[in-house]
Design a protein. Structure first.
Length: 102
């Protein structure tokens, strides 16, 4: 995946300011505007028939990434907090349950 990313970013005329990936999720900072972000997404998806990206964009200054809600403040600070999807049930296994630890 690292080789794919390097090739795709280097061959793009416009590049993200920041590119961070954890397993199958990528967080980027894109300084070139929404319209050109769509062009970049098309470019990424044209690099392989087997690897396809989808995109979520910031709404109201916030963006969920993994289990974190990232916020962009007017002063440039980027606070964060734990994020749970609307479907999260808050149900967890008890530590002494008979489920295998893995």
């Amino acid at each position: 995946m690292e080789h794919f990313e390097t090739k795709a970013i280097e061959s793009s005329p416009l590049k993200p300011k920041l590119w961070k990936r954890f397993v199958g999720d990528t967080y980027i900072i894109w300084p070139h505007g929404k319209e050109k972000l769509d062009i970049f997404l098309t470019h990424l998806n044209s690099q392989s028939n087997f690897i396809k990206f989808t995109m979520e964009v910031e709404e109201n200054g916030t963006l969920p990434f993994l289990d974190i809600l990232i916020k962009r403040n007017q002063d440039g600070s980027i606070p964060h907090q734990a994020y749970r999807k609307k479907t999260h049930t808050e149900h967890y296994l008890h530590a002494k349950s008979h489920h295998h630890p893995t």
